[in-house]
Each structure stands twice: as C-alpha cells, then as structure tokens.
Design a protein around this ligand. Structure first.
Ligand SMILES: [Zn+2]
Length: 244
C-alpha cells in the first residue's frame, strides 16, 4: 500500500513512489574492511591467498574458495567468530541508509556467503534494524563445535555455471523480487556479479566495480553509504526523464 505520510523529498517519488528491494553483501560491502581476509591472515598466514586468486580468475567458485579457506582455520569457535565480529567496522552511513530504506517502505536482505553467526552478532552490536540474513552456517566437527570447520551455504542460493551448484546469489534476487520493484544490489566480490547482472542499479566496490565496468552494467561506486540515496534519486530522475 502506498504510504500517506509526508511526501518524499525526491520529486520523482511523488507521483508513483519506487518500491525498493535492497540486497546487500556483508563482508567488505557493509564493513569498511574485508573481515574474512583479516581473520584468515591472522589464523593461517598467507595460505588463504592462492585460493582467492583462483576465485577472482573464475577458475574456482567463490563458494568452494571460502569453504576451503574456512577448513584451514585451527582456532576454537569462540575465538574464530569473535575475531570476525571484532574486525567488523560498519561502513559510514550504513545505519542511516537502512533507516531511510525503511522510511520509504523498502525491503532489504543480507545475501552473503559469510558466517551467519558473525553477521547476526555484528547486527546486534550495531543496533541495526531487523533484516533477513541469507548466509552460511559454520559447522564445527570438533569439541565445542570447533575445528575442523566447513560451511553450509544458505539453501536459498541457486545453481549457476559461474558460481557452482547451490551457490548463486541471483536465485535469492529472483525469489524476493516482486513486479515493479527497483532492485538495488550492493557488493564487492565475484559472488555479487550474478545478482548485479539482474539488478536495476548496483553499488559496487573493489573487484565487483571492475566487473560491472567491464560488462557495462548500470552501477555506481560505493566508497560508503553516505551518498547512496542521492545517487538513487538522481538515477530515478534520469530514468523518468528518459521515459522508462
Ligand atoms: Zn551465479
């Protein structure tokens, strides 16, 4: 239902408000640093890096890459998960972005291969609004659910020749998208390329930014979240002016 609240500050919204669906990667997108990489470096040294290179070159699925990296971690569960949460610093403007999305009656979901336990702890610590989290379960086969670890990815992920079986984030986009939604995708890595290809507008950092540029996708840089709504409103106005 359209809201009867005060009109949005965006003129393009006034006649027919856009309905937003925002799909957000977690690590390195909503956080200022790559927490998984920081924590891998701390516990296994450089041993994680060759796998990362394989994934970036599309020779290994990002899902298999992260699973194999997590298998290397020898630390007890509380230490491993605690280090992931400790390393996570929210990107400037994230809380305000989510608050404005809620004000515009938009929907959001975290779509990540990362560890759900760590993302949920970050969310609670930062007092962010409730959100659906599609992420991985950390399974520890040792004492106290500790190492050796492996990952069980979200069952909502789909099959894809690029990402591998049951590993593609675009399946979640297709499941959540309703007709007329304006889909915003936020990401930084190879795993975000498939949803970016199906998004209306992508906000990208790092490797994903290079891939979006190379493929000529509709995208904007994401240094942080402070300019996102300004970029979205500008893009909506351009789209309205071009008659789409
Ligand atoms: Zn895919």
């Amino acid at each position: 239902m359209p809201s009867h609240d005060a009109p949005s500050h965006a003129p393009a919204d006034a006649a027919s408000p856009a309905r937003f669906l925002a799909l957000l990667d977690y690590d390195g997108t909503m956080t200022t640093h790559e927490c998984n990489e920081i924590v891998l470096q701390r516990f296994v040294g450089d041993a994680w890096k060759p796998l990362e290179a394989e994934s970036k070159a599309d020779r290994m699925s990002h899902a298999e890459c992260f699973d194999r990296q997590v298998q290397m971690i020898p630390a007890p569960r509380t230490q491993f998960v605690g280090a992931l949460v400790e390393a996570a610093e929210p990107s400037p403007g994230l809380a305000e972005f989510l608050a404005e999305l809620a004000r515009r009656a938009g929907r959001a979901a975290v779509v990540s291969a990362g560890i759900r336990e760590a993302i949920a702890a970050f969310w609670t610590r930062e007092d962010l609004p409730p959100i659906d989290i599609y992420a991985s379960e950390l399974i520890g086969e040792g004492p106290d659910a500790g190492p050796p670890y492996h990952l069980e990815f979200s069952p909502a992920l789909g099959d894809c020749p690029r990402c591998g079986p049951k590993s593609c984030k675009a399946a979640i986009l297709r499941a959540l998208r309703r007709p007329g939604d304006v889909v915003l995708v936020f990401g930084d890595g190879a795993s975000d390329l498939c949803p970016a290809r199906e998004a209306d507008l992508t906000f990208a950092r790092g490797h994903l930014a290079e891939r979006c540029a190379a493929e000529g996708l509709e995208w904007r840089p994401l240094p942080d979240f402070t300019r996102v709504w300004a970029d979205v409103d500008e893009w909506l106005a351009q789209r309205a002016a071009s008659g789409h």
